[in-house]
Design a protein around this ligand. Structure first.
Ligand code: 5GW
Ligand code: MN
Length: 341
């Protein structure tokens, strides 16, 4: 007997509904034929690696270097613990400026003995490039307050001059900064500012340095080591020093000429570094790169929440590849014998 007509129609309808339902659940099957051919990322990467005039925008930085001896992680825009590495092109300054309208920022700098000569160009260039349009307090420490030439300072910005004693040994001058930081980040700064940036004075601001550098704990890649393997970092390697970092540990070599963070974080950092410096002094030793060694030690175990690319720390005459688009903060080419005696 043949199936009745309603039975046939019913079966066909069920079949159609089944097919339609299947494709609704698996839409990619419908469009398979229309899909673009798959992009071959490996091919693109290798083309970029061959191309010498590579554009350094955004995530392309990861593809940059063709020299296999060079550490690729060094040009990442993010650390393995997911802290951003700040390069030109990785941020939108207008969004960040809006977020930081009310933020109060401190800039801490020592200018003792002959280094007082660097202060005026430092401050004048800061007025041009450092946190322009924001609330800034300069915390200047010097042994001769009366010798300071005060530059013209924009509205909303304040210069505080503080007297410090000049240590005999240059190593102590540089390390005294931690001791001073420890006091000021506890007693004065918490009421006055939200973030503190600490800098060397033998520097000039040379391009924009704004709120993109603010974070809980911020450190800067040393321009001489950002392409190096960790084994060659000049960490303190003697176990007797409090700044000791064993081989196999540590992520980057940070330069002590620029770091910062929330006042509370810099308090913790300066406490820890000063403690290490004092412990070493008791043993009659000194870390290989003084407070920079202690800073690096601290940052191995307290990872920075933001890392600044060497755009934020470059040295006069240091050759740079295409990957440094902006030199924002530049170490002055100083005559060591002249300024240190
Ligand atoms: C003097 C002689 C040798 C090394 C440092 C000094 C020195 C450093 C000084 O006489 N006065 C002084 O204020 N400083 C502070 O320490 C400055 O803020 C200076 O930028 C900072 C670090 O010393 P630098 O800049 O000589 O260290 P490098 O590593 O940049 O050469
Ligand atoms: Mn310096």
């Amino acid at each position: 007997m043949l199936p009745s007509r309603p039975y046939v129609i019913g079966t066909v309808v069920v079949l159609i509904l089944f097919i339609v339902g299947f494709y609704i659940q698996n839409p990619e099957l419908i469009f398979t034929a229309k899909q673009e051919p798959q992009i071959n990322l490996t091919q693109i990467c290798s083309q970029k690696l061959i191309d010498k005039s590579i554009q350094l925008e955004h995530c392309e930085r990861k593809l940059l270097l063709k020299d296999t001896g060079v550490r690729k992680a060094a040009i990442n825009v993010i650390t393995p613990w997911l802290a951003p590495v700040i390069w030109d092109g990785t941020f939108n300054i207008n969004i960040l400026n809006d977020q930081h309208k009310e933020t109060r920022i401190g800039l801490f700098v020592f200018a003792v003995k002959k280094y007082i000569r660097f202060l005026q160009p430092f401050l004048e260039s800061a007025e041009r490039f450092f946190m322009v349009g924001h609330k800034v307090t300069y915390y200047v420490f010097t042994d001769k307050v009366s010798d300071v030439v005060k530059p013209k300072i924009a509205n909303g910005r304040v210069l505080q001059l503080h007297e410090v004693t000049a240590d005999q040994r240059w190593q102590d001058v540089s390390m005294r900064r931690m001791d001073t930081l420890q006091v000021f980040t506890k007693e004065h700064m918490p009421k006055e500012i939200d973030y503190l940036i600490c800098a060397d004075v033998d520097m000039v601001f040379n391009d924009h340095m704004g709120v993109e550098i603010l974070g809980d704990l911020v450190a800067t890649l040393h321009p001489g080591f950002f392409l190096s393997e960790p084994e060659s970092f000049s960490y303190e390697r003697r176990p007797i020093s409090a700044a000791y970092i064993p081989h196999g540990q540590g992520d980057f070599y940070y330069m002590a000429a620029l770091y910062g963070g929330k006042v509370e974080e810099i308090y913790k950092l300066s406490m820890a570094c000063q403690k290490g410096i004092t412990e070493d002094k008791k043993k009659n030793i000194e870390a290989v790169w003084q407070e920079e060694s202690h800073l690096n030690k601290y940052l191995v175990y307290n990872k920075p929440t933001k890392v600044l690319s060497p755009e934020y720390l470059w040295a006069t005459g240091l050759p740079h590849g295409e990957f440094i688009k902006k030199i924002r903060f530049l170490a002055v080419d100083k005559n060591h014998n002249e300024v240190r005696n």
